[in-house]
Design a protein around this ligand. Structure first.
Ligand SMILES: Cc1ncc(COP(=O)(O)O)c(C=O)c1O
Length: 377
């Protein structure tokens, strides 16, 4: 039995009629851009996050970029974030004209190391941009405290954390703005690209609304130069149907994580993901660490088990960021973990048998390895 890394078909099949009807409604209305579906999904998503505003955009990268622009970020500013995230986080920063400044990660939680933020703050710093990596929220209270002390904004990258919670508040709803991606494989995924900015700041919401639609609030009256980054009406219709299931799907992801936890708890060579006491992890990814990661991944692939690496090369060592002047050794935790992390199959519809198969193949690989080393001695 093979196990896919994720399988979107299972989810589609389970709610096919409702999704098909919602898409058909858009086609019947023939209102394809910024219609009723976008409006109602924005309202529902704001209510889900318990924020005053939500503005739908074309993707998560734009959610971040437009949120930063709406916070007034541009050339000459610095934005602090982590090096072990998807490049979209930093593309959004540099494409506003601001400079990317990295901070290493916390060795337990994989999110920004709060104790190392202040030493990176300069007179140019304007924003701290924590990433709620893999579905686990960053340690937001101390981050907000540092931001307040230095008069900085906080823009949350919640692209992997729909429904995650920090001290009872939704990830994305704590800083000045929270940014979501609805890429198909996310906890809440569209049938294409989509994104959202949530905020309690009316000015930020209004500016994102303008930026996404060519700088206009009224047709052909352009208050500033924006872009075309609107959430698609058909995607909003799909997301509206799926949002009603998000809490249940997150519950199933958490349940799957705890089955993995139980099966892998006695495996010394495997470090399992943690959930902080103050947090609710929504397991966009279930990421383990192990020393011989590449060989384990090869073994699992040979058994038709899908895995992923998130992310194999930290951003400060990417060719794209050579110009920033970072070197190997600058962020030792992010660098070490990039060689150890392995994302196992994780999605709500994953079955107990499939999780058992993954765990048993991990154990088989490690036992084989032990046998081989005994023979060698
Ligand atoms: C952490 C993070 N930030 C930003 C993004 C960008 O989202 P999108 O692909 O919708 O542009 C992603 C999506 O993969 C992500 O995982």
């Amino acid at each position: 039995m093979g196990v896919p890394f994720f399988d979107l078909k299972r989810q589609y099949r389970s709610i096919k009629n409702e999704l098909d009807t919602a898409v058909q409604q858009v086609m019947d209305s023939s209102r394809f851009v910024l219609g009723e579906k976008v409006k109602s999904f924005e309202k529902e998503f704001a209510s889900f996050c318990k924020t005053d505003f939500a503005v739908g955009v074309a993707n998560g990268t734009d959610a971040l970029r437009l949120a930063l622009l709406a916070c007034g970020i541009g050339k000459g500013d610095e934005v602090i974030t982590i090096p072990n995230t998807f490049i979209a986080t930093t593309e959004a920063i540099s494409q506003t004209g601001a400079k990317i400044v990295f901070v290493d990660i916390d060795p337990q939680m994989y999110n920004i190391s709060v104790s190392q933020i202040e030493e990176k703050i300069t007179e140019r710093t304007q924003v701290i941009l924590p990433v709620h990596l893999f579905g686990h929220p960053a340690d937001m209270h101390p981050i907000m405290k540092i931001a307040k002390k230095h008069d900085l904004k906080v823009v949350e990258d919640a692209c992997q954390a729909h429904g995650a919670e920090y001290k009872g508040k939704k990830a994305g709803a704590i800083g000045d703005a929270g940014c979501f991606s609805f890429y198909p494989s996310k906890n809440l995924g569209a049938f294409g690209d989509g994104g959202m900015v949530v905020t309690n700041d009316e000015g930020v919401a209004q500016r994102v609304r303008m930026f996404r639609d060519h700088g206009q609030m009224k047709k052909y009256e352009h208050l500033l130069e924006g872009t075309n980054s609107r959430l698609d009406e058909i995607q909003a219709a799909i997301l509206g149907v799926k949002l009603k299931r998000l809490e249940e799907w997150n519950r199933l992801r958490r349940q799957n994580a705890s089955v993995y936890d139980g099966l892998l708890q006695d495996v010394d060579e495997v470090v399992r993901p943690l959930e902080a006491e103050c947090a609710k992890h929504v397991y966009y990814l279930y990421v383990i660490r192990t020393d011989r990661r590449d060989e384990l991944q090869e073994w699992l692939t040979s058994e038709s088990i899908g895995t992923g690496l998130h992310y194999p090369v930290p951003l400060h060592l990417q060719e794209a960021y050579e110009y920033l002047g970072y070197r190997n050794g600058d962020f030792p935790v992010a660098e070490e973990y990039a060689e150890q992390i392995l994302s196992l199959p994780m999605f709500p519809e994953l079955t107990g048998d499939e999780i058992a198969k993954v765990a048993s193949e991990i154990k088989t690989f490690l036992a084989r390895r032990q046998d081989q080393s005994l023979t060698a001695v």
